[in-house]
Ligand binder design. Structure first.
Ligand SMILES: NC(=O)c1ccc[n+]([C@@H]2O[C@H](COP(=O)([O-])OP(=O)(O)OC[C@H]3O[C@@H](n4cnc5c(N)ncnc54)[C@H](OP(=O)(O)O)[C@@H]3O)[C@@H](O)[C@H]2O)c1
Length: 366
């Protein structure tokens, strides 16, 4: 079963989630919201949060991704493209909305063309960017705030980070004070199909001793998809404009793995092994080398990414944002994967390699 079938199964769960959410913030009125996108990962979480708050939602997309979602929500079909002669935004007509949210792209031409079309037809325009929009050097130190330097533009729209950064700049020029930009960090939770967190949860759920890389003092920052969605709705309810990091709060890698353990009711034993030893066994890159540690997701000991998992979301918290515990995110995420029939999970670190490394570590000369 693929994501689409899984989503059907999830509709019932979504309905329950809707029923459990609080109603519209006191003092706010229901608004009409146009969602550019809305049916893959963050989009559905936003639609659910907005509907639960009493807003009216219109979706604009091609009708390809999960078209069965939200049967009672208005759907406009069209096609967005950086090639403006191919693009078809005609279904938007001359309509006005209280708020418009552009959820998914990073191509500045595509993003700017929608904003140009809609700028005088809404009071509030929101864009989902990413912490990737920051210039790389900003990620070397902790506590990056929203005023940090963004990546420069090279003209290559296939570059995600630079595309997000340039999209932000163009939107600011077009929309000025009407604009809200959010910059989430790694998003996890319901409808997630990236198996990075799954690697840890599956390993730990199986019990047994497992390698815990490093010494537990590296940081992890993960944000729940529902929390990102709820902040966007909060921004609409309270007319919050400007730019907001949405990364949640940093936790230590030790706490991260312990939460994964408790979420899976695991009695696995974590054996902390230094980076140098893991490198010698060929299962982690050389210490200090900037890389993504596929065998050990979310572990980032590289000095030049020291700040990557310590970005400050203080501004969003001060504006009233609340985030849920990582355990809840892990359970939503596990539920999503459990609903995928025949999901072919493969741990990038084969069990035999892990066992052999643990034996070598335990029999090392002291
Ligand atoms: N995942 C992370 O860890 C992470 C971290 C930081 C930031 N972010 C950001 O979070 C956002 C996540 O977005 P999402 O994919 O979950 O958004 P989404 O709005 O849930 O899904 C993408 C939507 O785009 C529509 N679409 C795709 N191609 C289209 C086209 N050519 N014309 C019109 N509509 C089109 C799809 O529907 P159709 O296919 O039916 O058209 C779908 O509704 C992105 O901005 C991402 O950069 C993610």
């Amino acid at each position: 079963m693929h994501r689409r079938d899984f989503l059907k199964d999830s509709l019932y769960a979504s309905a329950l989630a809707l029923a459990a959410r609080p109603v519209l913030l006191a003092g706010t009125r229901p608004k009409s919201i146009l969602v550019l996108g809305g049916t893959d990962f963050l989009g559905p979480a936003f639609v659910e949060s907005a509907l639960a708050d009493g807003h009216t939602v219109t979706l604009f997309n091609r009708g390809v991704t999960n078209p069965e979602l939200f049967p009672n929500v208005e759907k406009l079909r069209g096609f967005r493209s950086a090639n403006l002669t191919d693009q078809n935004l005609s279904a938007l007509g001359q309509r006005h909305w209280d708020a418009v949210i552009d959820v998914w792209p990073h191509d500045p031409t595509m993003i700017a063309s929608s904003a140009e079309l809609l700028k005088d037809r809404t009071q509030h325009y929101l864009y989902v960017s990413s912490i990737s929009a920051y210039d790389e050097k900003e990620l070397a130190r902790p506590n990056t705030t929203e005023d940090a330097t963004l990546a420069s533009w090279t003209g290559d729209a296939s570059e995600y980070s630079r595309g997000k950064a340039e999209s932000e700049r163009r939107l600011r020029a077009i929309l000025g004070d009407k604009l809200t930009i959010v910059r989430p960090g790694p998003i996890k939770g319901s409808r997630d199909d990236t198996p990075d967190l799954l690697i840890w949860l599956r390993r730990l759920r199986n019990g047994q001793p497992h390698i815990a890389p490093g010494d537990g003092t590296n940081y992890v920052e993960i944000v729940d998809v529902k929390d990102v969605a709820d902040f966007l709705v909060l921004a609409i309810d309270r007319s919050l404009h400007g730019t907001f990091n949405l990364t949640g709060r940093p936790i230590l890698f030790r706490e991260f793995l312990n939460t994964c353990k408790s979420a899976t009711h695991s009695d696995a034993e974590l054996i902390w092994i230094p980076e140098t030893f893991l490198h010698q066994q060929g299962i982690a890159p050389q210490p200090g080398v900037s890389n993504w540690f596929l065998n050990f997701p979310f572990w980032h000991p590289e000095p030049d990414r020291l700040g990557f998992a310590q970005i400050s979301s203080q501004k969003a918290f001060q504006a009233g944002w609340e985030t849920r515990p990582l355990r809840d995110t892990a359970l939503d995420y596990l539920m999503s994967f459990a609903s995928l029939n025949n999901y072919d999970f493969r741990d990038p670190l084969p069990a035999e390699t892990e066992e052999k490394t643990l034996e070598l570590w335990q029999s090392r000369p002291h």
